[in-house]
Design a binder for this molecule. Sequence first.
Ligand SMILES: [Fe+2]
Length: 281
Amino acid sequence: MGGRASGTALGIVSFYAMPGAFDYNSHPPSGAFGMRYLILSDIHANVTALDAALAAVRGRWDKAVCLGDIVGYGPDPNEVIDRIRGLDALTIRGNHDKASSGLENAEDFNPVARHAALWTREQLRPENREWLERLPVGPVTIGGFSIVHGAARDEDEYVFAPAQALDGLLDAAFPLTFFGHTHLQGGFTLRDDKVGALHFKPPESTMFSRLTIEEGTTYLLNPGSVGQPRDGDARAAFAIAELDERVVEFWRVPYQVDSVQARMARAGLPQSLISRLASGR
Ligand SMILES: [Fe+2]
């Protein structure tokens, strides 16, 4: 914990967002209330999950943002890179992008992740490998908020718990930062010297939970993982930020997991990576 944490009470307050009504008509057309940002993270070469997510929110966003780990684990690295490049998404790199492009050697990965990274490296078309290599390091700023892969001070740092989030909240350049890397949809808040944890549990009957952004609160928000969720919900996770309306929607969209698993099996990717997609773990 940094020196600035001294004197700050580390209160743990959990909030559970109410599920949002699935009402397209309540959302005005593009431009009426400023930019709507589609926040994608940890797609992990799962083009079926990405396509399902994009189909579910067609017409509901203006600019796409990607928090890294475009590839790794999944069977579709070139297809996912092609999609993200086609969207002209503002994209920063993740640890799997570094390992899969060859920027890093994957020696600190576990054997399963390393296997997938080296397989990905063999599959990448040269122009896509170069695109991965050139991705900027977070934090990057857009539209009055920041994006990072893991944490602002270290792109590879995992922020799982309120105590790990505190320095990032105290040092935040903007009231809102989006982060990824943990594959857990939710986040953390700092208000009146108390850190809160946000959990989102959209039931099967709804596709998103809606969070209202409050004045005087600093937010670290994780949209969750599009292509390999780890919070027990197998549906693709992502977010849409409508900041002029002070709303962030946390989405879950089902996709055809077994078709991805079949491609992974054909590619010879590790069974543990294939199995975990169905359980969202
Ligand atoms: Fe990841």
